[in-house]
Design a protein around this ligand. Structure first.
Ligand SMILES: [Ca+2]
Ligand SMILES: [Ca+2]
Length: 90
């Protein structure tokens, strides 16, 4: 592999990272990841919301969904519940 091939590889990897960054949903300024009910703190109430959304009892949309989707994979499930529980420390 030549130097120019290496540079091309680096460029394409960078391009993929930029593309992933563009697809990722970003929270508006001031909104905290995990703060699903938007009260300024991440606590048991937010854990309950993620748990209920994860089993389909409630539906989260927009920024609430983005705040709840702890691992940014576009789904709400037990992985997000685990991450928010870790964040809260329970
Ligand atoms: Ca909250
Ligand atoms: Ca998720």
């Amino acid at each position: 592999m030549s130097v120019s091939d290496n540079i091309k590889t680096v460029h394409s990897i960078f391009g993929i990272i930029v593309a992933i960054g563009a697809l990722k949903a970003w929270l508006p300024k001031g909104r905290i990841k995990g703060d699903v009910n938007n009260d300024g703190k991440v606590d048991q109430l937010d854990i309950d919301l993620v748990a209920r959304a994860g089993i389909g009892v409630i539906t989260l949309t927009g920024d609430d969904f983005t705040a709840a989707d702890m691992n940014d994979d576009g789904f709400l499930n037990s992985a997000d519940l685990l991450l928010i529980k870790r964040l809260v420390g329970v």
